[in-house]
Design a protein around this ligand. Sequence first.
Ligand code: ZN
Length: 245
Amino acid sequence: MPPIPRITVWNEFWHERNDPAVAAVYPDGIHGAVAAALREHGLGEVRTATLDEPEHGLSEAVLEATDVLFWWGHRKHDAVSDAVVARVQARVLQGMGLVVLHSGHYSKIFRRLTGTACTLDYRVAGERERLWVVSPGHPVAQGLGRFFELGREEMYGEPFAIPEPDALVFISWFEGGEVFRSGCCYTRGRGRIFYFRPGHETFPTYHDPAVRRVLANAARWATPEAPAHEPPANVRRDPIEPIGR
Ligand code: ZN
């Protein structure tokens, strides 16, 4: 059995404190709901961190003790310090997994790691979303059927300005007609990154059993096989065999 990953769930935690409708859906915060989903699936080592904590709750010590970081942000992307973003990026390159949720598509950390604009089309109309499993053998899709549905969600539509994913696990169809690449896998350095689309703050998405399973699957998939560590510096090497004889 692999060791249980140490997970940190980060949330800007703004909507829940400023919009009673959101607080009603997520009384323990979105980070609380995500953390509960992970624990429900046997991932016991879960802590949470939020924007207003010192260093946004993401000190060197916290990141050193994190195998997989979850990220939910929306209104406060610009309030995340560049120093913390650089620290998270360095840790991903060393091997820490990163799971970016919903509006985290436009976070500083996701845009920096992808190197692209990460823009998309959107609409909040409480419409039906059907997430098709397009890579049924992928670990993130474990335990799901051909598709699962969310009764009310925000629409995200293509074109989504991201690099071509290494693997695409989900494609969403929306009641209004659009489609979207909803489960995208990347590696950057030694770190694995998963982007998962659903999770608008006014809908109970993170209470949905299929979504909760995907969160746990993504945490396991993104866990580094060896502990994250500093990548080697440039090294000048002598040849192994004599050259030019
Ligand atoms: Zn949203």
